[in-house]
Design a protein around this ligand. Structure first.
Ligand code: AMP
Length: 510
C-alpha cells in the first residue's frame, strides 16, 4: 500500500490513533480481520475526514476494486495512485453479502462524510440554467429540489425547486453571524437544518421540499481501473469487440467490453494510418488530459496491428449524425446553445493546457446520455497519415479539413488555439443548421479563395443574430481578435441570461 498524499493526511489526522506512523511517514494501517470491524469506536462520533460517502453507484470492474451504492459509507485508507483510492466498505449489508470489503474506488465518486458535498441535494457550483435542466428531467416530481452555489454572489447559495413542471429559484441569505435564511424570521445554523425545516413545512416556500433532485449525470472514472492509470498499454485479449458503431477514414469504431465488465469504445486503426511511436507520444499527453467535456482516453493496444485506442463510450455517437437525424424535430435553440457551451467548456480546458485540437468539427464531438456532449479525437490529426477523403485536401503534403481550417493554418500549416476557435465557429454553423455541410457546393480551393476576399458563411435562415455574431467573432481574419474559448464558454453559458430579468442577480422568487 502506498503513502498517503499530504492533502488526505490533513483529513486523516483527526482519525489518529486509527493510523500508525512508520519511519516518520504517515501510512494507513494494514486492515486485518481483527481490526476490520471498527478502527474508531462505533459509539464515538466519527471524525470527519477518514470517512467518505458514495455519491453514485459503482460496479467493480476488476477483482481489486470495490462495488458500492450511492449513500454507502467508505473509509479511505490510501490515495495512491491518483484518482483511485484504496477504501474499506463500512456497510453491514456489503459485509453480509460476501462482497469484497476493501478495494480501489474512483475518487470522483465520493465526498467527505458530513460535508456539504456529501449531501444528496447539494449540486455545487452549477449554473441556474443547468439546475433547471436537471430538475426538469423526468423522474423528478413536484417538490424535487437542489441547493447550489449562487452564480451572482460569491459564497452565497441558492435553492432551486420544481413545482408543477416549473423551476423556482430562491436566494438563501447569509446573515452577518453566518446563519442561513430565506427571511430573517427563520434562521438556520447549517444548510442541513434549513433543508430539514422546509422538508417538514413549506413556511412561505411555493411548496414543501420533497426529494433531492436525481443525480443522473454520473461522471465517468478517468481510467479503466487503478492499474491502468500507469499501465495503459493493455492486453488486447481483455477487450471484446461487440458491435461495430461506425467506420471512419482511419479504421473502425466498435462498442467493446473491457475485462467482461466495462463498456468502452474501441477505435481500430488501419495498419499504416500512423506511426506507432508518434501516436504513443501523443497518446501520453491525451491520457493526461482530464475534463468532463473531453472523451477520456483509457488505454491502447499498440504492440500489434491493428492499433486499438480505447476510450469512453458515448451512447448516441457523433454530434453530426445526431443533428442530421433530428433536423429540428426535437432539438431547439436552448439545446443547440447548450451543445455549443459544453464543447466550448471542453475546448477551454484544452486551451488552459496549451493543447491544440487541430480537427474540431461536429463529426469529432460525441453525444452521451442526458444531453452530454464531449470533444473527441483531439491531437489525433497530428499523428494520422491522412488518406483521401472529401473533406481533407492535399496541400503541400499535409491534408486538411479545409472547410473547418482557419485560413492562416492552411497557408502556413501552423495550428494554434486560435485556429481551433475558427473551427469552433464552423462547428456552430453545423449545430445551428442541423449538420449542413458548410460552404455547400463550393470546393475547398474556392473556399480558400473566397475567405481571402473576406467572404464568410452567411447567417443561416433560423440562426438568431446573437448566435451568428458569435460565429463571426470566431472568423476574425486576425487570429488575435478571435475570442478565447474561456470567453466563448461564458458567453454561451449566459446566452439566455443577457436579459437582466432572467439572471441570478435579479430573478428570484421573493
Ligand atoms: P471516427 O472514426 O472517429 O470518425 O468514428 C466513426 C463513428 O464511430 C462516429 O461517427 C461515431 O458514430 C462512432 N464513434 C466514434 N467514437 C465513439 C465513441 N467513443 N463512442 C461511441 N461512438 C463512437
Amino acid at each position: 500500500m502506498g503513502n498517503i498524499c499530504p492533502r488526505l493526511w490533513e483529513y486523516l489526522k483527526p482519525c489518529l490513533p486509527c493510523f500508525v506512523r512508520e519511519a516518520g511517514k504517515p501510512v494507513a494501517p494494514e486492515v486485518t480481520t481483527e481490526n476490520a470491524e471498527s478502527p474508531c469506536p462505533p459509539e464515538a462520533p466519527r471524525p470527519r475526514g477518514c470517512y467518505f460517502v458514495a455519491l453514485f453507484d459503482y460496479q467493480a470492474r476488476t477483482a481489486e476494486d470495490l462495488s458500492f451504492h450511492a449513500g454507502d459509507k467508505l473509509q479511505v485508507l490510501d490515495t495512491s495512485p491518483e484518482g483511485w483510492w484504496f477504501a474499506r466498505h463500512l456497510e453491514t449489508r456489503a459485509a453480509g453479502s460476501g462482497q469484497r470489503l476493501e478495494g480501489y474506488i474512483p475518487s470522483n465518486y465520493v465526498a467527505e462524510d458530513r460535508s456539504l458535498q456529501a449531501e444528496p441535494w447539494f449540486f455545487g457550483a452549477i449554473k441556474r440554467a443547468d439546475a433547471e435542466k436537471q430538475l426538469l428531467y423526468s423522474g423528478n416530481q413536484t417538490g424535487a429540489f437542489l441547493i447550489r452555489e449562487s452564480e451572482s454572489e460569491k459564497g452565497g447559495f441558492a435553492l432551486s425547486v420544481l413545482v408543477e413542471g416549473v423551476v423556482k429559484h430562491y436566494k438563501i441569505r447569509r446573515l452577518d453571524e453566518g446563519e442561513f435564511c430565506l427571511t430573517r424570521r427563520r434562521t438556520f445554523i447549517t444548510l442541513s437544518e434549513f433543508v430539514s425545516h422546509y422538508t417538514k413545512i413549506s413556511d412561505g416556500l411555493c411548496v414543501k421540499l420533497g426529494k433531492p433532485c436525481l443525480k443522473v449525470q454520473v461522471p465517468a472514472p478517468f481510467d479503466l481501473s487503478y492499474k491502468t492509470v500507469d499501465q495503459w498499454e493493455i492486453d488486447r485479449n481483455s477487450v471484446q469487440l461487440l458491435k461495430r458503431l461506425g467506420s471512419g477514414q482511419f479504421g473502425e469504431v466498435w462498442e467493446g467490453l473491457w475485462n467482461n465488465t466495462t463498456p468502452v469504445a474501441v477505435k481500430t486503426l488501419k495498419p499504416g494510418s500512423m506511426d506507432p511511436n508518434d501516436f504513443l507520444r501523443e497518446a501520453q499527453i491525451m491520457k493526461s488530459l482530464r475534463h468532463p467535456k473531453l472523451i477520456q482516453l483509457y488505454a491502447v493496444c499498440t504492440l500489434e496491428d491493428p492499433i486499438y485506442i480505447i476510450t469512453e463510450l458515448m451512447r448516441h455517437g457523433s454530434l453530426l449524425e445526431y443533428l442530421q437525424n433530428d433536423a429540428g424535430s426535437k432539438i431547439h435553440l436552448t439545446q443547440q446553445v447548450d451543445m455549443a457551451a459544453q464543447v466550448a467548456s471542453g475546448m477551454a480546458y484544452l486551451e488552459s493546457q496549451n493543447y491544440i485540437h487541430r480537427d474540431l468539427a461536429a463529426r469529432n464531438v460525441l453525444v452521451g446520455e442526458h444531453n452530454i456532449y464531449k470533444v473527441a479525437d483531439f491531437g489525433l490529426a497530428r499523428v494520422f497519415k491522412v488518406d483521401n477523403e472529401d473533406i481533407y485536401e492535399l496541400k503541400h503534403e499535409v491534408k486538411l479539413p479545409v472547410k473547418w481550417t482557419a485560413p492562416e493554418a492552411i497557408r502556413t500549416k501552423k495550428f494554434s488555439i486560435k485556429s481551433d476557435v475558427w473551427s469552433f465557429g464552423v462547428l456552430l454553423y453545423e449545430i445551428i443548421t442541423y449538420g449542413k455541410m458548410p460552404y455547400s457546393g463550393m470546393t475547398g480551393a474556392q473556399v480558400i479563395q473566397k475567405l481571402s476576399q473576406n467572404y464568410r458563411l452567411p447567417q443561416p435562415p433560423n440562426c438568431p443574430p446573437q448566435f451568428y455574431s458569435i460565429m463571426l467573432q470566431c472568423w476574425s481574419a486576425e487570429p488575435r481578435e478571435r475570442p478565447t474559448f474561456e470567453a466563448l464558454c461564458c458567453e454561451l453559458e449566459d446566452y439566455f441570461e443577457t436579459d437582466s430579468s432572467y439572471s441570478d442577480a435579479n430573478n428570484w422568487v421573493k
